[in-house]
Write a protein that binds this ligand. Structure first.
Ligand code: NAD
Length: 369
């Protein structure tokens, strides 16, 4: 049994610690069954870290994250810290982690679980068996490009500036993540930009094509304008396997794709850094949802997004695809059994607490093992 997997857990604020508690139970389940075990450490982040250390990410925590094989993150933020200056806000803890770990590729799967098909606003036949992955470039583009700012012009009016900028290495490294993923999935990548109106988009298209022709001839690559992609995601989302796109378009399209599946409480994500010589990568896994202050402390939160983030970690950081699939099957069977947290309630199902959802998940794991 391997135990050389260093995992840093950062539960954070609000429902973060509540959903993470259920992940710990799954970790413990794997450990007790002697399937896989982790060298676990836990630390504070976000508002909790600010309360303890006066900063949303202490240097020691950052060092622990740098030394870990993977970071599992809950959620940060809440009204208690809303009036803090920008640099001390809980969310800065997450942004600093992403920046310092060099996490340039954000992976957001959009999967429809059959028992939740009614939770989507789209017709069942449009989304049944949907399984797509959006790879968003996370550290470049218009959110970081220079020059930026707001300036006052000689006539007294103002001008706001942001710059969309991408270089070949930035495009190639995120492209590689998308092509590698496609190889493990259905072998298709759609690269999305606006090369009809943006030079940076044209560069994006050319570099993606050149990379594919050079290194990934076994993967099918097509190109799509971002506005068309938004339409296609709603019209016929099952045409996609892996979508790779820039920071801005990825921000919008991944939220759009997420809502195909119906619930925030079901959505995992991963953020990956560059591969090192040994083939490992810095990586952070987190549910897409925030700290949900409205339900925090009430044992009401859906823990499945966090559990599914853990499954992504098994697959992408530790190459434990079978174990990841086991967790995912247990999630589907939990839903099939008719238990629901309030965010995914449907008629004919039973509303349960976070803890009972965790109990049910463990029973389903027991049945599968
Ligand atoms: P949110 O995702 O926290 O909540 C939005 C709505 O969805 C709320 O009604 C909430 O109760 C519900 N919800 C979210 N997750 C749920 C779950 N697992 N189970 C059941 N219901 C769930 O977004 P928000 O309300 O915009 O933000 C709240 C706080 O979280 C803010 O401080 C925000 O800055 C922060 N935030 C943090 C992250 C992060 O840590 N990555 C992401 C988004 C928002």
């Amino acid at each position: 049994m391997a135990s050389n997997k260093k995992l840093l857990v950062l539960p954070g604020d609000g429902i973060g610690p509540e959903v993470m508690r259920q992940v710990y139970r799954v970790v413990d389940w794997f450990d007790r069954r002697r399937i896989v075990s982790f060298d676990l450490a836990e630390d504070l982040v976000g508002g909790a870290a600010y309360d303890a250390h006066g900063t949303p990410l202490a240097d020691g925590t950052l060092q622990a994250a740098m030394a870990a094989d993977a970071v599992l993150f809950g959620a940060v933020g809440g009204p208690k810290w809303d009036s803090l200056p920008f640099s001390a806000k809980p969310e800065r803890g997450l942004l600093r982690l992403r920046k310092e770990l060099g996490l340039f590729a954000n992976l957001r799967p959009a999967m429809v679980f059959e028992p939740l098909i009614g939770a989507s606003t789209l017709r069942p036949e449009v989304i049944r068996d949907l399984d797509l992955m959006i790879v968003r470039e996370l550290t470049g583009g218009v959110y970081f490009g220079e020059p930026r700012g707001v300036e006052t012009l000689p006539d007294g009016t103002r001008r706001g500036i942001n710059t969309q900028v991408y270089t070949t290495p930035e495009i190639v490294r995120v492209g590689r993540v998308a092509f590698e993923l496609a190889r493990k999935r259905r072998g298709r990548v759609t690269s999305v930009e606006k090369s009809n109106v943006m030079e940076s988009g044209l560069l994006w298209r050319e570099e993606m094509q050149a990379l594919r022709d050079r290194e990934y001839r076994d993967v099918e690559l097509s190109h799509m304008y971002a506005d068309n992609c938004a339409m296609q995601l709603v019209r016929n989302p099952k045409q996609f396997d892996v979508i790779v796109t820039d920071n801005l378009f990825g921000d919008l399209l991944s939220d759009c794709a997420a809502m195909l599946t119906g619930s925030l409480g079901m959505l995992p994500s991963a953020s990956l850094g560059a591969a090192d010589a040994g083939g490992g990568r810095k990586a952070l896994y987190e549910p897409v949802h925030g700290s949900a202050p409205d339900i925090a402390g009430k044992d009401m939160a859906n823990p499945l997004a966090c559990v599914l983030s853990f499954a992504m970690m098994l697959r992408y950081s530790f190459d434990l695809g079978e174990e990841a699939a086991l967790v995912e099957r247990a999630v589907v069977n939990t839903l099939k059994g008719g238990v629901r947290t309030s965010d995914i309630m449907q008629t004919g199902t039973a509303r349960v607490s976070t803890t009972v959802m965790g109990d049910t998940l463990l029973r389903e794991l027991d049945k599968l093992a």
